[in-house]
Write a protein that binds this ligand. Structure first.
Ligand code: GLC
Length: 441
């Protein structure tokens, strides 16, 4: 990188985020019993379903078409470089053969561990491994009631709360974490979920559930011992000790900060709103919107973790598959503007209207993502004299560049004296989002 350029630089943390900020794009997988009701992974809480009534999903969980090599292919072809899977979501159901519970996949009609083959399949495709693990548990007998617990209104269940012991639950949480970090080889990311932060979602506040309930400090210590270098998210209610901030379901305005300082961050987003498989949801994002989210995220120095909720048969449904394929089609020709890229240095000014910049500090190339194709010329303020060569990324065709000419300034380009003008073809290139690659001097 040219020495004096200004790009936010997060302070180092305990985990190794160097690969993470290069790879940028990952797959989130939410898979559990909630795939069967197929109406949100919070269904147990939303509909206040008790354990007995929820049991039917456990009894009928049989993903006979589950083949993680197909999942891993879909992710790899989309250009994703890591995956994060729900080992256990809030419902408490475990995808691996944990010795600390019977509430696990090996005891369903499916009868096998789903996690080991998944980890192997993704690793074989070169993707890194991440485990999401819920610190909330709506099945564990020692987990106390709170305002989002499915049995919050159940008078009988409420009586039992006096006997429930969050210390025993914390032990369970720690024991299972140890299993996850010792039985699956190298784990790159551990994604605990959740305690809402001070700025968190007040609808889902969990009074009395905090770092003491989870014994978060002790937990982090163990995690760091078992998997040094692992990347840990920020949802254990700890002011420090984590590596990444995890905004979800919105695009941040800019690089994410914590207490005034830039941090490594990852936006997690869904295709359609729900994280678990939701049959009837109609709010699916278009391919174009998803690509804009990816580009926008990298242009602000973040990562994108995009979620799929596989079905109860064990497949990604076709709405997810077609979008992943579309993203892969784009990534095939444009991943150079994503991998290894980050927010452009402030010295380059702001991107032109309807555009996003990303910048690769190692190759010193600037990428202009043109979200809405303009007629004829694209003016890059402050970039006159800085560009050695420009080309469209999809086909490496030259984009002629010129500093703005005096006659143009008299006819409406007054403001652009130090702008660089790129001469664009009239026709928008036939890709969802065209990118211009600028080789800088
Ligand atoms: C929320 C939800 C949850 C989802 C997670 C992903 O915390 O509780 O269902 O797993 O966000 O970020």
């Amino acid at each position: 990188m040219h020495a004096n350029l200004t790009i936010p630089k997060p302070e180092p943390t305990d985990g190794d985020t160097s690969w993470f900020v290069h790879d940028r794009f990952g797959l989130f997988i939410h898979w559990g019993l909630y795939a069967l009701p197929a109406r949100h992974e919070w269904v147990k809480s939303n509909e206040r379903i008790n354990n007995a009534d929820y049991e039917k999903y456990f009894k009928h969980f049989d993903p006979d078409l589950y083949d993680p090599t197909i999942w891993a292919d879909a992710a790899a072809n989309a250009g994703m470089k890591y995956f994060v899977v729900t080992t256990k979501h809030h419902e408490g159901f475990c995808l691996w053969d944990s010795k600390y519970t019977d509430y696990k996949i090996t005891n369903t009609p499916y009868g096998k561990d789903a996690l080991t083959p998944m980890v192997n399949a993704f690793r074989e495709r070169g993707l890194r491994t991440g485990f999401y693990h819920s610190i909330i548990d709506w099945h564990h007998p020692d987990y106390t009631l709170d305002p989002v617990h499915p049995q919050r209104d159940d008078a009988e269940y409420r009586k039992g709360d006096a006997e429930r012991d969050m210390k025993r639950y914390a032990e369970y949480l720690h024991n299972q974490s140890r299993e996850l970090l010792t039985q699956f080889g190298n784990v790159d990311i551990l994604w605990y979920d959740f305690t809402p932060g001070p700025d968190g979602d007040t609808n889902r506040n969990l009074p009395g559930k905090n770092r003491e309930s989870w014994q978060s400090e002790k937990l982090v210590k163990m995690v760091r011992e078992l998997q040094p270098g692992i990347i840990l998210d920020d949802r254990l209610d700890l002011p420090t000790g984590w590596d990444i901030k995890t905004p979800e379901q919105f695009q941040p305005r800019g690089w994410v900060h914590h207490e005034g300082k830039p941090v490594v961050w990852e936006a997690c987003q869904t295709f359609s709103g729900s994280w678990g498989y939701h049959r009837d949801e109609s709010s699916w994002k278009s391919l174009e919107m998803l690509l804009l989210m990816l580009i926008d995220t990298i242009s602000k120095g973040g990562n994108l973790l995009l979620n799929v909720g596989p079905t109860g048969r064990g497949e990604f449904d076709e709405r997810a598959l077609s979008r992943l394929a579309g993203m892969g089609e784009w990534m095939k020709r444009h991943s150079r503007s994503i991998y290894g890229c980050t927010q452009a240095p402030t010295e380059f000014g702001s991107a032109p209207q309807d555009c996003r910049y990303t910048y690769n500090p190692d190759t010193n190339r600037l990428y202009v993502h043109v979200l809405s194709w303009p007629f004829g010329q694209l003016y890059l303020d402050g970039m006159a004299g800085k560009v050695e060569y420009a080309q469209l990324l999809n086909d490496a065709s030259e984009i002629p560049q010129k500093d703005i000419e005096p006659w143009q300034m008299e006819r409406g380009n007054e403001g652009g004296k130090d702008a660089l003008a790129l001469r664009l073809p009239i026709q928008k290139p036939n890709v969802t989002v065209p990118v211009i690659e600028l080789f800088l001097k």
